[in-house]
Design a protein around this ligand. Structure first.
Ligand code: CP
Ligand code: NVA
Length: 306
């Protein structure tokens, strides 16, 4: 069966374990030899485009980049016809899209002929979550993701697509997750990639206090206050989220050994200060490093399909 990777939620524990293992294990360039990966970006990207392109190349494949200006998903032609076209030439389509439901529409239109990878949608950022798990495992567990159980992670700020995938991935590994966000910016129940429906593993807590959320945790994570698509709300968001900035004063409430994670791009002075982002506690560049490992893991898992 054709494998897709569009949320963490829809991948079994066993398959996730394979992805984590394949991400860091030895690899060769025959996995994708002669095969193409279409990289479709409806929104801007640096890390995701760089990590996808390099991982495809490392595994022996070739990547073609398509911006929304060129293909006009649902404007120049329907997402279904874009999918049908790409499926004639590419084994895999990895896409950053505005509306998550486009994945189901393409899967249906192409009768699952082509594997789909979510490179960020309005509800999930699963390849980022894989990189975040690898980063935490490297720091806290000698690379063994299974040993992350019992760790405490706080997410502070706007509960975004990144938060949802991160929380689902961590909870399923037995990590306790607390999301500190003001009213209106907290996790919303329902839909895909809902951490609230993870039944086994760590405990999910929510708090409307940043201090309460980070108290005693091993890691603090934050993301942009103004995600792509929310630019018109910038001014209001800066006011509403002002008490959820990750500062040195906030980090004092976490464990002394606590680390800092951020998916990037960072908005220094908004969700995080430079002092914290550039501090020894910051693992953000290891997260970037693991974006490529994560893509390798996902691509190799897709090509292992039964
Ligand atoms: N973290 C992340 O996805 O970065 P880009 O938006 O630059 O790809
Ligand atoms: N939540 C952010 C993540 C960027 C990598 C966004 O969607 O813009």
């Amino acid at each position: 069966m054709t494998r897709h990777f569009t949320t963490i939620e829809q991948v079994s524990d066993q398959d996730l374990a394979s992805i984590y293992q394949l991400a860091t294990g030895p690899f060769d360039d025959s996995t994708l030899r002669g095969q193409g990966v279409a990289l479709v970006f409806e929104r801007p990207s640096l890390r995701t485009r760089a990590s996808s392109s390099t991982a495809v190349s490392e595994l022996g494949g070739f990547a073609t980049f398509f911006s929304d200006d060129e293909i006009g998903l649902d404007t120049r032609e329907s997402a279904e016809d874009v999918g049908r076209t790409l499926a004639q030439m590419y084994a895999i389509c990895a896409a950053r899209i505005r509306h998550h439901e486009v994945f189901a529409r393409i899967a249906s239109a192409t009768q699952d002929q082509m594997s789909l990878i979510n490179l960020l949608s309005d509800v999930a950022h699963p390849t980022q979550a894989v990189a975040d798990v690898l980063t935490l495992a490297e720091h806290f567990a000698g690379g063994n993701v299974k040993e992350l159980a019992g760790l405490k992670v706080a997410y502070v700020g706007d509960a975004t697509n990144v938060t949802r995938s991160l929380a689902v991935a961590l909870l399923r590994l037995g990590v306790d997750v607390t999301v500190g966000a003001p009213e209106g910016y907290q996790l919303t129940p329902g839909g895909l990639e809902d951490p609230g429906v993870v039944t086994a593993g760590g405990t999910l807590r929510v708090s409307d206090s940043a201090v309460e959320a980070v108290t005693g945790v091993d890691a603090v994570y934050t993301d942009a206050w103004v995600s792509m698509g929310f630019e018109e709300e910038s001014a209001a968001r800066r006011i509403d989220l002002a008490n959820f900035r990750v500062t040195s004063e906030l980090m004092v409430h976490a464990r002394p050994s606590a680390v800092l994670l951020h998916c990037l791009p960072a908005h220094r002075g908004d969700e995080i200060t430079s002092e914290v982002l550039d501090s020894p506690a910051s693992l953000v560049w290891r997260q970037v490093f693991h974006r490529r490992s994560a893509m390798r893991g996902v691509l190799r898992w897709i090509k292992e399909e039964k």
